[in-house]
Design a binder for this molecule. Structure first.
Ligand SMILES: Nc1ncnc2c1ncn2[C@@H]1O[C@H](COP(=O)(O)OP(=O)(O)OP(=O)(O)O)[C@@H](O)[C@H]1O
Ligand SMILES: [Mg+2]
Length: 151
């Protein structure tokens, strides 16, 4: 069952980076984070905050054209996907998603491109536009809710 368990009002991009750093502390190897929201919602910005905290990398390009960028962290690699340009869900196997799901933390922008291949048990992050800034909503199963107690 998917529960909606947290939401944050994020006024600007620096606060989006900071939210990424806060969420990063709760992630472990083999986690999948599905980031949805319209074009320009802030999915990559949130990913930058996560990757900085997990891998100490400052230069995080949007994987718009490469579809995948990989980062080495001290405990596990981080796989940053942007599937906007994925034509068929099956093409994701060629990107090496199996390896990502087996050993790393996978951050996936435009997860709807995966269709039925979308992984189970993921943390869902939905970003909505507000008059100023964004609303970031977290949902997932009860295990995720427990992990995000007091964030
Ligand atoms: N909370 C926020 N409030 C206002 N602006 C923000 C916020 N978060 C990010 N931005 C700005 O929004 C713009 C788009 O952000 P970003 O590239 O992260 O979006 P995206 O969801 O990854 O887009 P795409 O769908 O193209 O991949 C950037 O200029 C970023 O600085
Ligand atoms: Mg993006």
């Amino acid at each position: 069952m998917t529960l909606s368990f947290a939401q944050y009002e994020i006024t600007d991009a620096p606060h989006m980076l900071a939210l990424g750093a806060r969420l990063a502390g709760r992630l472990r190897a083999c986690d999948v984070v599905l980031l949805s929201g319209a074009l320009g919602a802030g999915k990559t910005t949130l990913s930058r905050g996560l990757i900085k905290a997990l891998c100490d990398v400052d230069d995080v390009p949007s994987p718009t054209y490469t579809l995948l960028q990989t980062y080495e962290g001290p405990e596990f690699p981080v796989y940053h996907f942007d599937l906007y340009r994925l034509e068929n869900p099956e093409d994701v196997w060629e990107l090496g998603i199996e390896e990502a799901l087996d050993e790393g933390v996978s951050l996936i922008e435009w997860p709807q491109r995966l269709g039925d291949l979308s992984p189970d048990g993921a943390l869902h992050v939905e970003i909505e536009f507000m008059e100023t800034g964004r609303m970031v909503k977290l949902s997932g199963d009860a295990l995720w809710e427990k992990r995000f107690d007091n964030v």
